[in-house]
Design a protein around this ligand. Sequence first.
Ligand code: CUA
Length: 306
Amino acid sequence: MDSFNPVTPQGSAINDLWLWALFPSALVLLLVGGLLLVIVIRFRGRPGQPDPPQVAGNRRLEIFWTATPALVLAIFFILVVRTMRTVDAENPSALRVNVLGHQWWWEYQYPVLGVVTAGELRLPAGQPATLQLSAADVIHSFWVPQFGWKRDAIPGKLNLLPVQVDRPGVYDGACTEYCLTQHAWMRIRVIAEPREQFEAWVRQQGQPARPSGELAARGQQVFLSNTCVNCHTVAGTAATARVGPDLSHLGSRSILGSGVVENTPDNLSRWIRNVQDVKPGVLMPAYQTLPSDDLRALVEYLEGLK
Ligand code: CUA
């Protein structure tokens, strides 16, 4: 996570502004600090010396040190407003993604593409996107340092975060508004990929995943006959609840629980058996009484949802 290495035009604009502010500020610091040092050494009082001449007021100096900072501030005001306009500029053809903060995970809905996912945000590289931020419970904040800026996700309010990720890659971020127990593990992972790859992903996400094999088919029965269906959706089945993350393509994601662990069968098994061991405080109940055969089948089913 590196905010000095932006991968969006928005982040570059903010970085440029920061550099523009840094150099004059450093100059002023050196000038004031240097003068202070020279004066303190050169004009220090010595024993037996009379008081120096006392002066009051100097119109020319006062005009200088009022006008100069006013001018500098005016220039920065213009630069800041210009940067804000660049960063906030919305592209009407941008890909719109609803980003919904939950305690403690992120939901991503692509209304036009008909895709809903969680944990990982996929974006096409080099194309404008507008993240439409909101929240389901309390205030969260969406921060990916390499995007160069962040915005709050507030319940009942829509905040827009235009971004265009120019460099394909994986960019991590975090929630930056304290939202109770698992705030620290409300991580963000953004995968920016070339257009064809992104489109292939959209096509794959648009198809319901089918259980592959006998064990997975049994896992699907376990899933549908337990309370899993009270909270989760799996496309193409009777499970359509929207309380927890959409699991339709869980097997295609690299992380579980907003990044608290990698998505492996072992970790998923631990998660289902007793989630409080993996991420204390989350709202999902433990399934410690689930027979281990059923658990194995369930994990096989969920991990097969690609
Ligand atoms: Cu969500 Cu902190």
